[in-house]
Design a protein around this ligand. Structure first.
Ligand code: GLY
Length: 341
């Protein structure tokens, strides 16, 4: 799956493009550990590009040769797992587990450990965080499941693995690969480099184990957009959360005359340094609403004749299409409040 490549004036050095971002975390492990005050557990996260020699890249963002990963590597001492306070109180989150034997169980993170569905509370803790994260992005919790990987599907470095899958309009899609990498990587790099990647914790030599959450950023984006795509009769709009919307507010004059356009432009200039905004004056107001609904703009501010009298505007909500009236000076704080998680 790796891309072979060559560098140098005569292309004399054979290299390969990285197939996963995490290896640089493993290689730098002892330095990162020192920088993080030599304590376990320790989590290191990294976002970056990876490259895979896909034979048939297709299906838009699903199968890419160049992809963006956000990976988290959690290093811990397997003999001290019971002593880590962090994993004692598990988030009270329900998750659907799709097991290798074909059963689907709905369990809280605590129940998943108690019933032996996941190996330990550290794993359940991180699966629960990802569950919370994806529901926060607007994915319905019933459309998220953790699929246990069969022996033959599991990568060679993983003792166990769970894929976070999201039900999209084109089926279940793997979005985060979660792997129990144990000491595999630090052991193999130690052997290959001749530098022992063990560390000392409280005077004891440890080669930590690793739990990994490997998020596909492109697929996440696709899943979020797919979930947001909404069709109600003839109306089509992107019901993306205001916190995620690329454009937060549209500013329109009700009609393109009588000084409303100038006033609307003024409001747009006022807002656009704090919020991603668009301005449109042409076409009927209905068509303009429709266009911004389609690209998921959650709020539309309209300047009408009353604005010229009392400096208030209407603010229309994309999803419910209801309108409230607000003074222009209140708009920034109102929008900030709606776009903060
Ligand atoms: N680092 C694991 C993966 O890329 O799937």
């Amino acid at each position: 799956m790796m891309f072979r490549f060559a560098v140098g004036t005569k292309m004399e050095s054979k290299v390969a493009l990285r197939p996963e971002t995490c290896q640089s975390i493993f290689l730098a492990f002892t330095k990162l550990f020192a920088a993080m005050r030599s304590k376990l557990p320790m989590g290191i996260a990294q976002v970056g590009r990876s490259f895979r020699n896909e034979i048939s890249p297709r299906q838009g963002l699903i199968r890419l040769r160049e992809l963006v990963q956000a990976e988290t590597e959690i290093f811990f001492d397997p003999d001290k797992l019971e002593e880590y306070d962090k994993y004692r109180e598990l988030p009270d989150v329900k998750m659907h587990f799709y097991l290798v034997d074909g059963r689907t169980l709905t369990l809280t993170s605590q129940e998943a450990v108690e019933q032996g569905v996941v190996q330990n509370s550290l794993i359940s803790y991180y699966l629960a965080l990802f569950m919370q994260f994806y529901t926060l992005l607007g994915i319905n919790e019933d459309n998220i499941r953790f699929r246990e990987l069969l022996d033959e599907e599991r990568p060679f470095y993983a003792a166990s693995a769970w894929d976070l899958e999201i039900l999209t309009s084109f089926g279940w899609l793997e979005v985060v690969a979660n792997h129990y990498r144990t000491a595999y990587d630090l052991t193999v790099h130690s052997r290959g480099s001749g530098h022992d990647l063990s560390v000392f914790v409280d005077g004891q030599k440890v080669r930590p184990w690793v739990w990994e959450d490997s998020m596909g950023v492109d697929r996440t984006l696709l899943a979020v957009m797919d979930a947001a795509y909404t069709r109600e009769g003839k109306r089509v709009y992107l019901q993306i959360k205001p916190q995620l919307a690329p454009v937060v507010v549209a500013v329109f004059p009700l009609v393109d005359k009588d000084g409303l356009t100038e006033k609307a432009r003024e409001v747009y200039e006022y807002l656009r340094y704090d919020h991603d905004a668009v301005f449109e004056a042409k076409d009927s107001i209905g068509r303009r609403y429709y266009r911004v609904d389609e690209i998921g703009v959650p709020f539309a501010v309209t300047i009408d004749y009353q604005t010229l009298e009392d400096n208030t505007v209407t603010l229309r909500d994309r999803d419910h299409r209801d309108q409230i009236r607000l003074p222009i000076p209140d708009l920034k704080a109102w929008l900030r409040n709606k776009t903060t998680f």
